[in-house]
Design a protein around this ligand. Sequence first.
Ligand SMILES: Cc1cc2nc3c(=O)[nH]c(=O)nc-3n(C[C@H](O)[C@H](O)[C@H](O)COP(=O)(O)OP(=O)(O)OC[C@H]3O[C@@H](n4cnc5c(N)ncnc54)[C@H](O)[C@@H]3O)c2cc1C
Length: 282
Amino acid sequence: MNEINKATAELQAEMAQRMAINPEGTRRIGNFGFIELEESWGDEATIINTARISTTNQRLKSGQDFSERDRQLLYQLLRDQHGTPFETIYFRFRFIAPIFVLRQWVKHRVSSWNEFSMRYRKPISVAYIPDAAARTVDGYAVLDEAALAEYEALMSQLFQWYETQYSAACARIDQARESGELAPKEGGRDPYRGRARELLRNVMPVAAYSDVYWTINFRSLMNFFKLRRKKDAQYEIREYADAAYALFAARLPLLAETMQRVIDESAGESAIQEQEHNGLGG
Ligand SMILES: Cc1cc2nc3c(=O)[nH]c(=O)nc-3n(C[C@H](O)[C@H](O)[C@H](O)COP(=O)(O)OP(=O)(O)OC[C@H]3O[C@@H](n4cnc5c(N)ncnc54)[C@H](O)[C@@H]3O)c2cc1C
């Protein structure tokens, strides 16, 4: 790993702190990645109570109070795509992932995003380095050690170039202020340094890490799991989706189990329909 900047060291320390505070709710991924299920609002009872608005005034306190009938209703609602009760519970994840993963993730439009911006701070100075599993397909290494060494060197060079140019730009701005060419800095954001960061960030590779708060309701989260935990999703986003699933399942096991059942059944039905379409049906 290349030498990291101060802000990146602080981020690393923050991750370690979050893992100490919330060991069950956090995971490290790859060489610098991280995901945490920070908060969630509502549970299986919220969903069932919402669904029963028209039929009863009795409300359940939590998913742990469920009878077999409640469990069956949860399953049927999910299977039959009664969407809105599943939109009433929310999850807030925080993840640190490479920008190329973020570009796939952000396509899940039904969710709220807040992302770290290189307009205001220097980049997170770590690039994603594919480990042996990421570089191997069916036992075949698609990038060898020599290619990997060049990849790492190239990434280091980009971060180094940014640091050098940004320091030089800041020194020039300071000098111009000292000589009176520029007015002294007033409170708030420095527009000159800010513009330098805006331009210099353009050289950052999609392998650079970024930092996101992601808030999503269960209906949309299920769609994310369905699409991004499948084999045809890219390896890296799948790693994050699997970790997000594990954190979610630890918090709401009944909902996770019900969701998995519905996803598996719908995958089974799709496979049968495909076979029939191709004339392979039994
Ligand atoms: C294996 C894989 C490969 C992919 N390849 C590409 C690719 O090459 N290029 C690319 O651009 N994307 C690609 N995608 C992204 C994909 O097209 C979806 O944008 C992404 O998976 C988000 O899914 P979504 O739209 O269901 O999710 P969300 O945006 O979260 O939407 C959730 C649901 O809300 C509804 N919805 C949301 N917005 C609308 C709308 N405007 N109109 C109607 N209904 C709406 C839909 O029912 C949708 O399923 C790929 C995804 C996967 C899993």
